[in-house]
Ligand binder design. Structure first.
Ligand code: SF4
Length: 165
């Protein structure tokens, strides 16, 4: 069988919404529209570890970016980013095309384009900025001079959003 040689990297919960914090799962399991998009384009999917589940319980409250802006989240995010970098290099070395790295719109850790912060009244609001994991991933990509496109998958809108860098 001929291979497509087209790879995308996907944050864990695009394939498993069970991993998400309480009340924020948008569907029961994998995100159907995201899977359909991958199937139509013959993308091979490389899952990215869920940074939150590496140090938080499965049952956890939804939080904003400030909550995760701490040493442990940064350390875990850097470790996960290193794994992603290693795999990107492996595929690129073998002449596969990296078609994108996909985050989850609005996540405090895995939002690539948009995340949530608290406003002065303490209310969560959506802002145009990456979450903690994507901040660390972007730094690592820049250090390694790797150029890949970064997207958010907007689960509600069922579409991808390109990050303009
Ligand atoms: S930390 Fe990332 S992968 Fe884990 S549930 Fe949140 S958005 Fe999904």
């Amino acid at each position: 069988m001929e291979r497509s040689k087209k790879i995308i990297f996907a944050t864990h919960c695009l394939l498993n919404q069970n991993a998400r914090a309480q009340t924020v799962a948008k569907c029961p399991g994998a995100v159907k529209e995201f899977l359909a998009f991958c199937l139509v384009n013959n993308y091979g999917i490389v899952p990215i570890d869920c940074p939150q589940l590496m140090f938080e319980p499965l049952r956890r409250k939804p939080q904003t970016k400030e909550y995760y802006d701490n040493l442990i989240t940064r350390k875990v995010s850097r470790e996960v980013a290193q794994k992603v970098i290693k795999q990107i290099k492996l595929y690129q070395k073998n002449k596969y095309r990296i078609e994108g790295v996909y985050g989850v719109e609005g996540s405090p850790t895995c939002g690539a384009v948009r995340t949530h912060i608290r406003n002065q009244q303490g209310k969560p609001i959506s802002v145009k900025a990456p979450g903690i994991f994507f901040e660390e991933l972007e730094k690592a990509l820049r250090r390694q001079r790797l150029k890949v496109k970064i997207y958010d998958w907007d689960i509600q809108a069922k579409k991808r959003i390109l990050k303009n860098v």
